[in-house]
Write a protein that binds this ligand. Structure first.
Ligand code: GDP
Ligand code: MG
Length: 208
């Protein structure tokens, strides 16, 4: 069968790297799997009884596998913009990999779960320390209490300019919305507009 392009190929394709971080079991692997247009690369291992007491999950979680290196997916946001999305392993014992995984990223998404908001702190601290812009996406697990975005902001002690949004990590559209917001946030941070223009004396042409 012939392959027909529906639109002419874009002149220049820009790719960017985005990192998805957050606590253990918050939905990072689910998020990358939902948004990726290629079969996501996963490095999941089955959780065994050996992880009891080490990797604690919410009581309702059906999680049977855990990411031991990273998740990787790709999404084309526009004809000329491709995002490569890397999910970090959540457990602290894998943090030695984070510096490599975030290398070259333009922005991060910190997934949080309102049942265990505090699990988001270490990711937030990490990106604040690295100076990497981030957005916060609240993964809405059913059965957990819903909070207003501003309550989440207060609980996480985040300033007003940090984008916080609700999401469903299982939904491609929802994950895509988060990635669009994150890319826009990165662009805004890359091209900061000075709050006030420097004041200069106005020179009138021809005046002496
Ligand atoms: N009910 C519900 N389950 C979810 C949601 N997001 C993820 N899960 C489940 O929660 C478990 C942990 O998700 P996973 O993506 O492996 O978390 P990770 O440790 O952050 O990679 C899995 O069994 C998912 O199927 C959600 O929005 N709602
Ligand atoms: Mg995972």
């Amino acid at each position: 069968m012939d392959f027909v392009l529906s639109s002419p190929p874009a002149e220049r394709i820009t790719s960017a790297k985005i990192v998805v971080a957050g606590g253990f079991g918050v939905g990072k692997t689910t998020f990358v799997g939902a948004m990726s247009e290629i079969a996501p690369v996963r490095t999941e291992a089955l959780m065994t009884r050996a992880s009891v007491g080490v990797d604690e999950l919410p009581a309702a979680s059906a999680k049977v596998a855990t990411t031991v290196a990273m998740d990787f997916g790709r999404i084309t946001l526009a004809d000329d913009l491709v995002l490569y999305v890397f999910g970090t392993p959540g457990q602290h014992r894998f943090w030695f990999m984070w510096d490599d995984i975030v290398q070259g990223a333009i922005v991060a998404v910190v997934l949080v779960d309102t049942g265990r908001l505090a699990d988001g702190f270490s990711s937030i601290d990490y990106f604040e320390a690295r100076g990497l812009p981030f957005v916060v996406a609240v993964n809405q697990f059913e059965g957990t209490r819903r909070y207003d975005i501003e309550d989440v902001r207060e609980a996480l002690a985040l300033p007003g300019d940090v984008v916080i949004m609700n999401c469903d990590a299982r939904s491609r559209d929802s994950a895509k919305e988060v990635l669009i917001a994150a890319s826009e946030h990165a662009l805004a941070k890359l091209a900061p507009v000075p709050a006030t223009l420097p004041k200069r004396p106005v020179r009138v042409r021809g005046a002496h």
